[in-house]
Design a protein around this ligand. Structure first.
Ligand code: SF4
Length: 497
């Protein structure tokens, strides 16, 4: 077991780097150490926990943290599987300080014992984002073409899209790379606008990493099984299978993954049309749920994704196989809810179109969905004109006579146009300082209702976060870090302590 955590400090302004060690006991992992370093150096931290590389399920998550100007405080986001390759760098954390003079790619490669493994290379972002598959996907391709061949072993890429440049809610995306091919199973550190922080505060648009370092990770299955049998009366693998059933296949509901199980069980707790559904009767909500969700949106998912078993992992060997796909489209509940029913979209083709567009721009998908739904209600209520948002239509935002396929497609097309407006800063769509500040300004200049109908968790003066997509009290609670599951997200009301 390690008794030191090694941190590779990189000054993005000069490319200089150094390694420092921190005693385990003073700090226990990437979060408390990241909080310390962010407080001391205002750094952007990427790291893994002490168990990374071990046989424990989920131990290969990669953690990102820094002060987030979107949330207005310290924020943590994480990504499944991306820690497995990071472990080969031979450090527990990379801590970035300073700002590169021009947008750059950070290259990290630990070759055997060689210590020189950091390089920075400028990148013409607008040209790369406009080429090939577009946006973040083109930056993955460009980075891999440029540096991928230099690795003896596996490598992995983290990148941002155009949303990171023009808003405070750009995410960090990544894809596993297997046998020299970039997979289409993208993984995200979505929340908190950490992609915007990485690009705007440190000038880094992509990081490619990997190495040959092999440390002594805990891999003794016999010992682990003994611990698990003592605690759970089951071996590790059996307990893992039991705990991850919802993510793989839940026979009780004949579906799987967060999308399948949540939509199979939501009933009247479904939220749609920018949360206007909460003012409806339960019976009306249930009618919409049956008609548009159970008999169409969920049905399509079960037929296209669950039956043919289009399921993959994030890159970590994991029995949960939680990445539910329909060809290149990954179906998670939260993005397909926020850029689904919340935006008046109940059809997979329409939702795929909008979600993929947002992913290409590299948005935090939940926040993008919340912002789009808000703008759509502003349009539907004539609080803002289409012209002012750089679009040419209004949404279908009422359940009366709603056509599942046609109206969903119409709303998705409008969503795509609104995302273009945000990235191109058309009309009033300037989200440079965040959605809450924009909403407050529009409320002052135009109509107070514009702010009232924007649903967000607030923090500090301008911090904002579109809540996770569950209609439960914990999701709206005032906490130091919202948009995560560091809370009780059950449906029951618990009295304050
Ligand atoms: S496949 Fe899903 S559940 Fe398994 S480690 Fe990756 S993100 Fe976690």
């Amino acid at each position: 077991m390690q008794n030191q955590q090694k941190v590779l400090f990189i000054d993005a302004a000069s490319g200089y780097y150094r390694i420092e060690s921190y005693r385990v006991g003073d700090f226990f992992g990437p979060i408390d150490l990241g909080l310390f370093l962010a407080g001391k150096h205002n750094s952007f931290n990427v790291g893994v926990g002490l168990l990374a590389g071990s046989i424990f399920p989920g131990s290969n998550r990669l953690f990102f943290n820094c002060f987030s100007s979107s949330w207005g405080g310290f924020y943590v986001s994480s990504m499944g599987g991306a820690g497995l390759v990071f472990d080969n760098l031979g450090v527990n954390m990379v801590s970035i300080i300073g700002r590169a003079p021009v947008p750059s790619i950070l290259y990290l490669n630990r070759v055997h014992s060689e210590q020189k493994y950091v390089e920075m290379e400028p990148v013409d972002l607008q040209r790369v984002w406009a080429a090939g598959r577009g946006g973040i996907y083109s930056l993955f391709d460009h980075t891999y073409d440029r540096f991928g061949g230099r690795y003896e072993d596996a490598s992995r890429i983290l990148a941002v899209g155009p949303s990171a440049l023009c808003t405070d809610f750009g995410a960090i995306g990544s894809v596993p790379i297997a046998k020299g091919k970039l997979s289409c199973v993208d993984t995200w550190a979505g929340r908190g606008g950490l992609g915007s922080q990485l690009l705007q505060r440190h000038g880094i648009a992509a990081i490619i990493y990997g190495g040959t370092y092999a440390d002594e990770d805990f891999r003794d299955r016999k010992v682990a099984d003994q611990w698990f049998v003592e605690k759970y009366q089951k071996k590790l693998a059996a307990k893992d299978l039991e705990a991850t059933a919802k993510y793989r296949f839940e026979p009780k509901f004949e579906t799987g993954g967060t999308f399948g199980v949540n939509y199979a069980t939501l009933g009247g707790r479904i939220m749609f049309f920018n949360y206007k559904s909460i003012y409806m009767d339960e019976s009306e909500r249930l009618e919409i749920y049956e008609k548009h969700i159970v008999n169409h949106y969920l049905k399509q998912f079960n037929e296209e994704t669950i039956k043919p078993k289009q399921q993959y992992t994030c890159g970590e060997p994991c029995p949960a196989v939680c990445k539910k796909m329909n060809n290149e489209f990954k179906k998670d509940y939260e993005p397909y809810q926020a850029m689904g029913p919340l935006c008046g979209i109940f059809d997979q083709r329409a939702a795929e179109k909008l979600n993929h567009h947002a992913d290409r721009y590299g948005f935090d998908a939940i926040s993008a969905g919340g912002v789009l739904a808000w703008l759509m209600e502003c349009l539907a209520e004539n609080l803002i004109t289409p012209d002012e948002l750089g679009v040419n239509t209004t949404p279908v935002f009422s359940s009366k006579g709603f056509s599942t396929v046609t109206d969903s497609q119409h709303n998705a097309d409008l969503g795509v146009a609104l995302l273009d407006s945000i990235v191109l800063k058309r009309g009033l769509c300037d989200f440079t300082e965040g959605a809450r500040k924009l909403a407050r300004r529009l409320a002052r200049e135009k109509d107070k209702k514009i702010l009232d109908i924007f649903v967000y968790n607030a923090n500090a003066r301008k911090g904002w976060m579109v809540p996770n997509q569950y209609w439960t009290p914990g999701i709206l609670s005032p906490m130091p870090m919202m948009g995560k599951y560091y809370l009780n997200d059950g449906t029951d009301f618990i009295p304050p302590r």
